[in-house]
Design a protein around this ligand. Structure first.
Ligand code: HEC
Length: 245
């Protein structure tokens, strides 16, 4: 091809890109807010986890407040996150209690996802709130299942409908696996030892049972990978963070 036909081709491509862009802009006009808030706060839905690419168990609910911290109806809320995260819906107006609710599916990569919810105040300044959610990879999801089955009843102080916590009955208190300050200090070898052989393997309480006969090495690996994934603050071994940039 001559130099001329190359530049002609480039011009055609540029023109077709430009039209597809303008289509996109025309597709979805944002609803018009009737009020402007001064703050956006979380009502619920932060710090959840789900397998990569799947829906979080609970919706994310945010609230737009006025100067007196009262929720206001009719404010515009929009959500942003890394590519791969989807919101249903991704924007809308707050309801009569000032809240906006959206269902969130996390991206296909394991790790921590930062979600940003924002609105605009009276002077058109962007006011935002960030939330964090965790996407568990395949091995971590497996580990989570073992945790629910074998560990949670002692390591999680909260009781649920299906499971009464044994935590209060224990003379020596275990740590929830989210307690990064404690769990991050333990090496993978420490974790393998205490899970396989029980508390005494690390000179700790025998109230921590041995799991070496119940769980395979691969199962224990999966548990450790889950423990690393949920640590707060995050472990050095945990997966990367994904945010809108
Ligand atoms: C019957 C109650 C019980 C169950 C079930 C249990 N643990 Fe523990 N675990 C403990 C106690 C008690 C300690 C604290 C021991 C100490 O500090 O002396 C502990 C400590 C630990 C520790 C060291 C960090 C910490 O929390 O202090 C790890 C890691 C651990 N357990 C992993 C597990 C895993 C993984 C499972 C499931 C496979 C599990 N535990 C199931 C009671 C339990």
């Amino acid at each position: 091809m001559t130099r001329y036909s190359w530049s002609l081709l480039a011009a055609i491509i540029a023109a077709s890109l430009a039209t597809s862009c303008s289509h996109k802009n025309a597709a979805a006009p944002l609803p018009k807010p009737t009020v402007f808030g001064s703050a956006i706060v979380e009502s619920s839905g932060g710090k959840q986890m789900a397998q990569t690419g799947s829906l979080l168990p609970q919706p994310v609910v945010v609230q737009v407040n006025d100067d007196q911290n009262n929720g206001i109806a009719g404010a515009l809320v929009e959500l942003e996150a890394a590519p791969g995260v989807t919101f249903d819906p991704a924007y809308g107006l707050t309801d009569s209690s000032g809240q906006f609710t959206t269902n969130v599916s996390l991206g296909g990569m394991a790790g921590r996802y930062q979600l940003t919810a924002f609105t605009f105040d009276k002077s058109h300044k962007r006011v935002e709130l960030t939330l964090q959610e965790i996407a568990l990879g395949y091995q971590q999801t497996l580990g989570r299942r073992f945790n629910d089955q074998y560990c949670d009843r002692c390591h999680n102080p909260e009781s649920t409908v299906e499971r009464v916590s044994n935590y209060d009955n224990l003379e020596v208190k275990p740590h929830p696996f989210t307690e990064g300050d404690t769990l991050n200090k333990m090496t993978d070898a420490d974790l393998t030892a205490i899970i396989t052989y029980g508390g005494p393997a690390l000179n700790k309480s025998a109230l921590m049972p041995a799991w070496g006969n119940t769980l395979s090495k691969t199962d224990i690996q999966a548990l450790i990978s889950y423990i690393r994934a949920v640590a707060d603050p995050p472990s050095r071994n945990s997966e990367p963070h994904y945010s809108k940039n």
